[in-house]
Structures are given as C-alpha cells and as structure tokens.
Unconditional design. Structure first.
Lengths: 697, 153
C-alpha cells in the first residue's frame, strides 16, 4: 500500500480522487472528509480515495461504501468515558443511518481538521455537540440532494430513514447508491438539525463499540502497541521529589540479559522547560537513567541493578510538614479572594451562632490500571508517537518544540487508554519516550512499573478547606470558605457554584503552597473533594440549626431563583428537581434506625446531582451500603454509557473517601503498589441506584 | 539462555528466556498475546489472570519455569470466537468502561464458574474480590457473572 503523507492526501482534488477510485478496482469506497465541518468550514477537496490510503493519515470522517456500510471516525481519545461510542452516535443520528450499520474507528490526531481532540475537563460531548450534529446533517443533506438530482425532484420532497431516501412516488435509493454523486456536491453552509423528539439513536442504549475486542483480548491499549524491532525502556527517576541525579553505576545492569543500552535523558526537557514553566509542576527536571532492553521484563529487572546517587537542594518534604504549612495558611490572612459578596466579617460579628469546620484531603495517585507508557520513533524525517494520551495535540506540539521539529513532522496515533482520570493529561511519559528515541534513533516503548507509576505520579494535590457559617434569626447569613492547597488553587468558575448567590455575605479565598511534588488534575479536579467538604459542612450546619438537612438546601436555593447575577453557574430550578427526586427515590427519613443517611447536592461540569447515602455501622466502622443518585446532565446521548459512568464514579468516590491515603516522608510516598495502597474492590462497593432526569437541554 | 516449551491456547510454543521470567511477559513480549494485562506485577490486581491447567492464576507471579508442561489458556483462547458464556454475558450487560482489567475479570469468572456453576452473590463477590477495576464497574461485573452462570447450565 502506498503510504502517502497527510499533506499530499489533503490536497487531493476531486478529479484525482475519482480517477484513483476507478483504478482502485474493488476498493470502491468513498469518503466524505466532513470533519472539516467540525471547524464549520467548507472544504472543496472533500473526497478521498480510501482504498489507496494509509488510514492513519486521515482522521474523523464519515465513510460510506457503495453497499451502504458506514464508517464513522471518532475524533476524541477514549479513556473509558465512552466517547468512542457516544460521539459517533451523534453523527449517526443526524446522518440518519441505522446504528447497527455503523462501524466506528478511532481517528488519529489531525489538528487541521479537528478542534479540541482532548479527553479532559469532561467536555468532549459538550464541545463536540454542535459540530458533530452538523457533520452528520451536512452529509445527509448532500446524499438527499444527490438522490433528488437523479430523480429530477426537489430535495425537500424526499424523506430519509436509516440510510434509505424515499421520494414522493415511493421510489427509494440507499445512501450507497448515491454516495459517488453526493461526494461531488458542494458542502452546504447551513442545514436543519433534528429536534430531540426526532432522535432515534440518541437516548437509546448503545453498547461500547469496542466490546468484542475487549472481551477477546485484542490489542487496543498503549501497552499492546508493538512494531517490529521495537525496544523497551525502563526509566529510573529520582526516588524522592526534589532530588536530582548526581552519578550512577550501570556496570551490573549492562551485563544483564536483553540489555541493549543504558543512557541518560533530561537535557532536552530542561531546555524546553526554560521556555514553558507551566509544565514544570508536572515533571521532574532531573536527569534520568534509562535502561533499554529487548523486553519489558528485562528492562525493568536491569533498572533495579542501577546504582544511582541522588541529591536534593532543599529539605525533602513530608505530609507532616505539609499539614503544618496548610494549617498555618488557614490560620493566616494571606489569601487571594476569588469572590466576595456583602461583608462576611460584619455578618459573623452579628450572628447568633457560628459553625466552623476544617476538612482535609491527601495527595492521591491516579492508579490507572494501565501503567503509564508511550511509543516513540524518532528519525531524521519524522517523529512518530503512539499511545494513551488525553490531549494528543498539546503533547505532539510539546515534543515538536522540544526536539526542534516542525509540527507537521510529528505523527501522533491514539490508542485506547486503560483509564485516564486526568493522569494522562500530563504527557511526561510522552516527553520521555521522545527524548529516548531521539537519542537512540530506534522505535522504543517506555513502560512504567506499578511502583514507578505510583511513586512518580502527578497527584491530586493535598488540600484543606476551612468553612465558616454564621446564622442569625434561624437564617444562614454568612459563608466563608478558605482553601489551602499544594501547588494548585481552585480556579475558574468554582467560586460561582452553590452556595454562591444563596447567602448574602459570601466569600471564597484561596492560597497555595509551592511544592516539588508534581500535582495536577485528578478526576473532576478540585470539585471532587470540594463537593465532599462543602456538603458535609451543610449537613453539620443543619444539625447545629436543628433543621432538616434537605430543607436547608431547598430554602437556600429559593434565594437564587430569578437572580440577575450572571456569574452564578448553577440552576436553582434544576437543582431543586434532582433534590426532590432523590428524596422520593431514596426513602429519605424513612429508613430503620441503624441506617444513617447523608445528603449531597452538587453542580459542576454542567451537571446537577443529588445523592443520598445509606450508611450502616459494622464492627464500629461506617459502611456505605447504598447510594441513590439523581443526575441531570442534559440530553443523555447513550444511557447505558452514562449509567456505567455514574455508577463507577460514585463507587470510585466512596472508595477514595474510605481508603484513599497517600503519605509522604523524606520526599517519597510510603505506598508504591496495591499491597500498601487500597483501591475499592467488589465486596466494598455500595449498591448504586441511578435516576437520570430526562430533559431537552 | 534456557529454551522453554510451553503450550498456550492449544499451541506449542518455544521461547528463549531466563528461568525467572514471569509468564505474563512471556505471553506479552515473546509470544505476542497481549490480551493478558500488566497491572501491578505483584499478584494484587488480577489484570494478568490466565488459566493454568484450568485454574485461575496470576501470570505476573508465575514464572515460565512453573508454566512449562502445563496447559495455559489466555483470554485469546477462552473461546474461538468470543462466544464463551462469560464473554457473551459481558457483552449483554455492556460491562467495560476503559476495558483494561476486563480480560482478567473474565478469566477469573470463567474458572470460578467451572468450579461453582450455581454461585450465590456472596460466592461471586469472594471470587472476584481479587480483581481491581479502577473504573469500578463492579455492579455490572456481578450481574454479568450471574447471567453467565444461568447460561452455563
């Protein structure tokens, strides 16, 4: 097969395409490169001869064969969040084909065609929503027009169902019948989209598109990516945060079986870090020792035989020290105010009662089941990267800059990811793979052991919240939340979430302590623990006020209705709805005495949620038996996927709340594998009963 | 480097590896059967579960030396076409999220149901407790094992 570069193929014109199609003989497959509509830009050179192309050179498009089979390329990386199923469902809905006719493939990185090929911030569907619908609808419009042209009728007199076009006389043509003619038509500027009532695919369960491959063990993941002659690299990183490499002895390691080379990396990364200090808190700048071997096991074994000396400029950090520092911050006055309404100081002075509580959460490792890994092959001509990465575009760009290459020289292929949870946003492993292959000029896969993964992570930062509320005449008159965190402070719109707007005197202050420990996003960053702290506080506040826990929230929400404050990020009406359903479905207040019930309502990531937890005490310890969960996330594209995500997220949240602890001493985490770090397992998982609020927005 | 004959999914294989090489890496790097997953390397997560003479075993903690002359079955060999009742149940229930741990879950469940075809909920929880799913698809795994048990009758 001729391997054309994407630059050549992108500019293939229609005439060339048709000629190639004819030459291709049996390969009569026609593609609409309609991903361009993801940028809502009309592209004339829209058609590509797929039979003559290396698929990896092309990305998201709809491909329709003459037999009517439809392939849809899913643009965004799949980390288990289900977008590889849900995003193509959105296209298929507007394209008006039967879902069981659709074959889905993962697109590679194509910055020219796509906007935001990122798995992060829970935004794939929200960002893709309009563009994906437009993509499907425009293709449908062209197909219908082609059929109308052939019949000599007005396109508006034709109807479509499941890939079959019918005219007023009842004659029919399949998409495959007219796809060649349709491909010659102009891409329309504007098309009519369906209303939610017309949806046939969205809102119905579509099982994971990779199910067959997953249950039969097909190569899908980063660690499964193998090419001929590929070597394996195991990286020895500083054992404690803040340390740098002084010297090492690799004489034993070099004698071990399978070892090809031992090198150091770091100089190219440091040169890059001088230009981009944002990446600094995500990767150690130290030199690292890399063992390159013929197999993963041999690389990992030989790494253990390296004798390295490390040195720290400052004192090595510990959880104990961090506790003191964060408490000191909370006791002090050195904060950045994120939002201030009214006058909390005055309101506290006038309050009848005051409640103040401090909530703290530790660093947490992501613990993706697939340890960090990445493939790189650097040659003079190009840089080929492949593996599990949440923001492929950002990291391909970073590697291009670090290796001083043009962005077009970097090819980035995405594999399915064995979990992400934010960890694969950072790409420290991509950078390492690229620097290693640049040095040895061979295809290489960097593989972390579980111990590497857990001890050289980019952790959820340790955070403490101190929350204080004032009550006067039975009403909450003041609310002051202070955040003290390691490295990263609460950002963006979070200070405008509940209870902003509901309490007259309201203030959110933040302050961060700089640490050598690398930190970053971890599954719903900040809100994952803020929700817990804030909502625990409201339960405690209700107890102090001797009012019903839920009624307290409902009363506060009343004050936000009809607000003119445009900064407020949640809808009091939608919040009220999820709360009411949660009360009804959970049997709030009707459980036997041995069942303790806790309540949460929260808004983040454009979703309103209310949950009731049923907790029992067993052997003196709280055991979460059941969570009733009501979710309003707007239109649900794929209910089975959404329910799976919610159940998993809830159990994961309970697991980390119950067991997540990650203590540092002398700059190192004490736990480095699952014998010393507990993740929730089947027996501890609570029952999760989920109710989705159906709406059209 | 010693030469080992091992039998995987009914096929005899010859590999040249050191005697302490875990079966996991023999399968993944030397034979190219990557369906068996690396998770922790210390037998704690269950992602690498295979059948050795029909018994579920952590392939990260079994050496090639231990595996020789035994009948090894991996996820690729559980059925010819993905139609083992456990695989079918996994598809019906739409269990996976990221999918990485699922081969290990399926292999654990398949061996378990061979020895206990009519399990109670408690039996299932005990049998699958050693397999971590970081996406926490536990309730669907449990449902799928129950369904597979019904269909294996």
């Amino acid at each position: 097969m001729k391997n054309m570069s994407s630059n050549n193929t992108k500019h293939i014109n229609r005439r060339a395409f048709l000629r190639n199609t004819t030459l291709a003989g049996g390969g009569l497959v026609i593609g609409f490169n309609l991903i361009q509509s993801c940028k809502t830009k009309v592209v004339k050179e829209a058609v590509i001869d797929l039979a003559n192309l290396d698929y990896m050179d092309f990305n998201a498009f709809i491909k329709i064969a003459e037999n009517g089979a439809v392939t849809i390329f899913s643009p965004n990386p799949e980390i288990g969040q289900g977008v590889k199923t849900a995003m193509p469902m959105i296209i298929a809905e507007e394209l008006d084909v039967a879902w069981n006719m659709v074959h889905v493939e993962q697109a590679a990185l194509d910055t020219k065609s796509f906007v935001r090929q990122v798995a992060g911030g829970s935004q794939s569907i929200r960002h893709g929503w309009d563009a994906l619908r437009q993509t499907g609808a425009k293709a449908k419009h062209m197909l219908v027009q082609a059929a109308a042209n052939r019949w000599g009728v007005d396109a508006s007199t034709c109807s479509v169902s499941e890939g079959v076009i019918t005219n007023a006389n009842g004659e029919t043509l399949g998409y495959g019948d007219v796809v060649k003619e349709a491909a010659l038509l102009e891409v329309p500027e504007e098309v009519t989209l369906k209303t939610p009532k017309e949806y046939k695919i969205m809102g119905k369960d579509a099982p994971n598109v990779d199910l067959d491959e997953i249950v039969t063990g097909k190569p899908l993941f980063g660690l499964d990516y193998k090419v001929d002659g590929m070597l394996y690299a195991s990286v020895l990183r500083p054992p404690a945060f803040g340390q740098e490499l002084v010297s090492f002895d690799d004489s034993e390691a070099r004698k071990m079986s399978g070892v090809v080379d031992v090198i150091t990396i770091g100089s190219k990364l440091r040169a890059y870090l001088e230009k981009d200090d944002r990446f600094h808190s995500k990767i150690s700048p130290s030199d690292k020792v890399v063992v390159i071997a013929k197999s993963t096991w041999e690389a990992m074994q030989a790494k253990k035989a390296i004798k390295a000396t490390w040195e720290a400029k400052g004192t090595l950090e510990s959880t104990e020290e961090h506790d003191n520092i964060l408490n000191g911050i909370l006791d002090g006055n050195d904060f950045v105010t994120q939002r201030a309404d009214g006058d909390v100081k005055k309101a506290f002075a006038e309050a009848d009662d005051i409640l103040e509580r401090t909530y703290e959460s530790p660093f947490l490792p992501h613990n993706c089941m697939e340890p960090m890994n990445f493939y790189a092959h650097v040659t003079d001509a190009k840089v080929h990267l492949a593996g599990p990465i949440q923001p492929p575009e950002w990291k391909a760009g970073l590697v291009a800059q670090m290796l001083e290459r043009e962005p077009e020289q970097v090819q980035m292929d995405m594999t399915r990811m064995g979990g992400g949870f934010g960890r694969r946003l950072f790409g420290d492993f991509v950078v390492e793979a690229a620097e290693i292959s640049d040095a040895i000029r061979k295809p290489v896969q960097v593989v972390s052991s579980r111990e590497d993964d857990m001890t050289t992570g980019v952790y959820r930062p340790a955070i403490k919240y101190r929350i204080k509320a004032g009550v006067k005449d039975g009403k909450v008159t003041a609310y002051h939340l202070k955040e003290a965190s390691i490295n990263d402070s609460m950002y963006g719109l979070i200070p405008n979430f509940f209870p902003a707007g509901a309490i007259e005197n309201y203030q959110v202050d933040t302050s961060a302590h700089k640490s050598e420990i690398t930190t970053g996003a971890w599954r719903a960053p900040f809100t994952n623990f803020l929700a817990s702290a804030e909502q625990s506080f409201f339960d405690e506040l209700a107890e102090m006020m001797e009012v019903d826990k839920i009624q307290l929230r409902l009363d506060l929400l009343q004050k936000v209705k009809g607000t003119s404050d445009e900064r407020i990020q949640y809808s009091p009406e939608r919040m009220e709805e999820v709360i009411k359903v949660a009360v009804e479905k959970s049997g709030w207040g009707t459980k036997p005495k041995n069942v303790y019930q806790g309540f949460v309502n929260y808004y983040c990531h454009n979703t309103h949620v209310a949950e009731v937890a049923d907790v029992e005490i067993e052997d003196g310890k709280p055991v979460v038996k059941k969570i009733t969960c009501v979710v309003d996330c707007g239109i649900v594209v794929n209910p089975t996927g959404a329910l799976n995500q919610i159940e998993g997220g809830v159990i994961d949240g309970v697991g980390h709340a119950m067991y997540g602890d990650f203590i540092f001493k002398d700059g190192k985490p004490l736990a480095n594998n699952y014998d010393r770090y507990k993740l929730i397992r089947m027996k501890e998982a609570p029952e999760v009963e989920t109710h989705l609020i159906q709406n059209e927005f | 480097m010693p030469t080992y004959q091992i039998r995987v999914n009914g096929v005899d294989r010859t590999v040249d590896v050191s005697s302490d090489t875990p079966l996991l890496w023999v399968l993944r790097d030397h034979i190219g059967l990557v369906g068996t997953k690396f998770g922790c390397g210390i037998g704690q997560c269950g992602a690498c579960t295979v059948h050795v003479d029909g018994v579920a075993m952590r392939s990260c903690s079994a050496t090639v030396e231990m595996a020789k002359d035994r009948e090894i079955t991996t996820i690729e060999g559980l059925s010819e076409d993905g139609t083992h009742p456990v695989q079918e149940a996994w598809k019906t229930i739409d269990v996976p999220q990221c999918g990485y741990c699922q081969a290990g879950q399926i292999m654990t469940a398949a061996a378990f149901l061979e020895s206990n075809p009519n399990p109670s909920e408690n039996d299932i929880e005990n049998a699958l407790h050693g397999n971590i799913c970081r996406c926490a698809t536990y309730s669907r795994i449990k449902k799928a094992v129950k369904l597979a048990a019904e269909n294996m009758d």
